[in-house]
Write a protein of this length. Structure first.
Ligand code: NAD
Ligand code: ZN
Length: 344
């Protein structure tokens, strides 16, 4: 584990120790409305004199306007280049707060205290930072790693259950593409009963390893998009039709359909594909995708920024624990997968 990521029972003490080793000129804490209420109180007394910046919660706020308000708050506080921003929140706040920090006066240090399961196992690792722009997700951003990431599973206690389950889709993804024995372990229990002390470090270590091999996503890092080629399109499609689902709920649907594609193409056995269909459906149920939406979902998939030219590229599983990337899939194959999902 690199020394800037730690797992801790006491994130406040971790912060105190970290700040004591640095000579920051000022400290600001960034929260959203929910993490201010549920997470900041656990840290408040252990952080030396600081200001708190609180922004609205949710993906809708991950935009230039909120970023401006963060830059403005730092400017109003006369924050200089030797200050540090401590970000207490989920993936939205980590991505946006990190982006604000690394662009403010050409860059100040930032610390991530991820408070959702998704941010603990996924977004706080790998250095991708940014905001949404117009209707494009994560359209403006940079790569940069935090000075410290402190992961405390205790924050998950206040997380709404549906958010917890959504983050679990990324855990499933990590196990399915990297580790058959961990997959066998987690699938014995429901998403609610997982041993987070074990599952979260497992996911973090796996993501760190992949990111170290391919920081800029030219090759192997692409396998982290498993379930996301179809999943993202499903998420956008439902959002366009006022039926917002959580990211992980769409990824769960994507995992099922992409496992089906891999099986149809003869690279994933029916035995392994069936395991995925069964467990993922038990945990997540199914999202409702009417047949007349297939064309729109395909159009959305063609816009995926990971495609090349006019071809849809996808990660396909070779077995539990192994995946290959940049596999071309045809429109008919996608339609077949959607139809399978509806009927499953
Ligand atoms: N940088 C990356 O590599 C990467 C990877 C995956 C996802 N992401 C990004 O992550 C974002 C999604 O992150 P998320 O799922 O954490 O969403 P989020 O940050 O919006 O958090 C979900 C909700 O839970 C609330 N919340 C957070 N922690 C809480 C707690 N401990 N108790 C109670 N409520 C709490 C938040 O206020 C919010 O309402 C997306 O914007 C996505 O683009 C980034
Ligand atoms: Zn995801």
């Amino acid at each position: 584990m690199p020394d800037n990521i730690c797992f801790t029972e006491d994130p406040g003490r971790e912060l105190t120790n970290f700040l004591a080793t640095k000579k920051y000129s000022a400290v600001a804490v960034l929260t959203d409305e929910n993490t201010r209420k549920h997470c900041y109180p656990l840290l408040e007394n252990q952080i030396p004199a600081h200001t708190v910046i609180t922004v609205p919660a949710g993906e809708e706020a991950k935009n230039l306007q909120t970023a401006s308000s963060i830059w403005k708050a730092l400017t109003d506080q006369k924050f200089d280049r030797h200050g540090v921003l401590i970000i207490v929140g989920g993936g939205v706040l980590g991505d946006m707060g990190g982006f604000c920090a690394v662009t403010y006066k050409r860059g100040i240090d930032f610390v991530l205290i991820p408070t959702t399961l998704l941010s603990q196992v996924d977004s706080s690792v790998g250095g991708k930072l940014g905001i949404d722009f117009e209707n494009y997700k994560n359209h403006i951003g940079v790569f940069q790693t935090p000075a410290l990431t402190a992961i405390h599973t205790g924050f998950l206690k206040s997380l709404p259950e549906r958010e917890l389950r959504s983050g679990f889709a990324e855990v499933l993804k990590h196990c399915i593409i990297s580790d058959a024995s961990m997959w066998n372990e987690i699938r014995r229990k429901s998403w609610k009963d997982q041993n987070w002390e074990k599952v979260i470090p497992h996911s973090v270590n796996f993501k760190l390893k992949i990111v170290a091999e391919d920081p800029r996503e030219n090759g192997v890092r692409k396998i982290l998009n498993t379930g996301h080629t179809i999943g993202h399109a499903v998420e956008s499609y439902l959002l366009n039709h006022d039926r917002k689902v959580l990211h992980g709920e769409a990824v769960a649907a994507g995992l099922i359909m992409e496992a089906y594609l891999a099986n149809q193409k003869g690279i994933l056995t029916s035995h392994d594909a069936d395991q995925i269909f069964k467990y993922v459906t038990e945990q997540f149920g199914k999202v409702d995708l009417p047949e007349n939406g297939d064309a729109e979902i395909l159009t959305l998939m063609l816009q995926d920024k990971k495609n090349k030219g006019n071809k849809i590229l996808c990660v396909l599983l070779e077995g539990i624990g192994r995946a290959r990337w940049d596999c071309e899939i045809s429109n008919d194959e996608v339609k077949g997968a959607l139809s399978f999902y509806r009927g499953y």
